[in-house]
Design a protein. Structure first.
Ligand code: FAD
Ligand code: EPU
Length: 339
């Protein structure tokens, strides 16, 4: 039987630190318990909410009838050859613990994704990415249980339809599956990715010219700790919005007025613009309204200083979205799952 708590506070289960109540909070440790939890939701005729580390959600309701908390652990080596190793991880493993485990064992490919909060099972949901790498580059497959039929199903890389902060699980199959495990194909002979300027800067400052995967991971950790607020100190869910991708014509128009607008050219000729810059230009950076606000050093991160509500944060997010639309004629869309 899975562990069940009734009328449980979810404040400690989301990095925004938003207060909400789970009428039933069911902690599951294996596939059988996942299925029992789904059965309970069916009997009660309520939609189950799957929760990992709560680092990419904004709770906007006071209560949720049934929350399934993912605690499926275990990391195993499935197979290997001369060049690669296939690592299968339980979906409830903490992502950064998997990263450290892989680095300790000399398996490369996810060192740039060090210190991203949350669980392994949520990582494919939005194809987590940072510092020039996305999980899709090393993703082999995942296993999931259908939340209606209870069928167990495997998804390969193509099935997941990964994009920038996107997958089929955020779109067509939204809310349909509980991901139970993820398998990654990692390297034994490494080709580290230091294409992201800030990594090179840190390594140069330490006179490291031929970095190991551990040194890349350490550099990423150093950058992240200096840039992003620690949710243990200030409630937040990382970047609240995705960086918008606009047409080159639109970008050229904007550049005529804002000559310093930062940009990243995309392979399809479009241009990605940092939402943090757009939001800062609209005057939001460092703004505080009661218990919530926009982080002082990173305008893309909305923060809860203590007793903010999900509705407060959502209202602020929509005000920000409107002002960016007005000033730049750009639609920015939330990365965070507003539920
Ligand atoms: P949760 O917040 O618990 O869930 C997220 C969504 O996935 C929800 O819709 C939930 O229902 C669903 N879900 C969770 N687990 C499962 C499962 N097993 N099966 C099915 N559905 C599931 N993200 C990046 O990509 N790059 C970054 O650099 C980054 N930096 C961050 C920095 C900070 C300080 C914070 C707070 C967040 C950051 N994030 C970043 C966002 C977040 O860490 C990732 O999205 C992470 O993968 C979320 O994991 P989680 O377990 O906390 O998911
Ligand atoms: N910028 C500003 N003002 C700000 C913030 C940013 O002008 O207040 C501009 C700067 O020009 C800066 C540029 O935006 O150079 C990019 O900023 P940063 O390097 O901090 O990255 P980001 O675009 O804000 C993205 C991801 C992060 C990821 C980092 C590193 C998205 C939505 N966010 O942030 O992911 O860690 O790059 O790769 O793509 C997350 O998804 O939650 C997340 C934190």
């Amino acid at each position: 039987m899975p562990h069940i708590l009734k009328q449980a506070s979810l404040k400690g289960y989301n990095t925004f630190g938003i207060e909400a109540v789970a009428e039933q909070l069911i902690k599951v440790s294996n596939n059988q318990e996942v299925k029992e939890a789904i059965d309970m939701a069916k009997k009660l005729d309520v939609p189950p909410l799957v929760l990992g580390g709560g680092s990419n959600v904004l709770f906007t309701k006071k209560t949720y009838p049934l929350v399934i908390l993912n605690n499926l652990t275990g990391i195993e080596k499935q197979k290997e050859n001369e060049d690669f190793v296939w690592i299968k991880s339980g979906a409830g493993v903490i992502w950064h613990e998997l990263v450290l485990h892989c680095i300790d064992n000399g398996w490369g490919g996810i060192e740039n994704l060090s210190l991203i909060p949350g669980t392994v099972g949520a990582a494919p949901m939005q194809n987590i990415g940072a510092y020039g790498v996305e999980i899709k580059e090393v993703f082999e497959s995942l296993e999931a249980i259908h939340l209606d039929t209870l069928a167990e199903q495997a998804f390969g890389n193509d099935d997941c339809q990964f994009g920038y902060r996107e997958s089929v699980f955020k779109r067509k199959l939204k809310g349909d599956y509980f991901i139970t495990s993820v398998t990654l194909k990692l390297t034994k002979k490494h080709k580290v990715n230091v294409s992201y300027g800030a990594i090179t800067d840190v390594l140069d400052s330490q006179s490291i010219s031929n970095p190991s995967i551990k040194q890349v991971s350490d550099a990423v950790i150093q950058i992240r700790e200096s840039k992003l607020p620690n949710p243990k100190e200030i409630g937040n869910a990382g970047s609240f919005f995705k960086n918008p991708v606009i047409s080159n014509d639109h970008f050229q128009e904007l550049r005529a007025t804002y000559s310093n607008i930062p940009s990243y050219e995309q392979p399809n000729g479009k241009v990605k613009v940092p939402a943090g810059w757009l939001i800062e230009q609209c005057g939001w950076k460092g703004m505080r309204e009661g218990h919530i606000g926009v982080h002082v050093n990173q305008a893309l991160v909305l923060v809860n200083y203590g007793n903010g509500t999900g509705a407060n944060i959502k209202d602020l997010a929509f005000k920000i979205k409107d002002s960016v639309k007005q000033k730049f004629n750009i639609d920015i869309t939330p990365e965070v799952n507003i539920i």
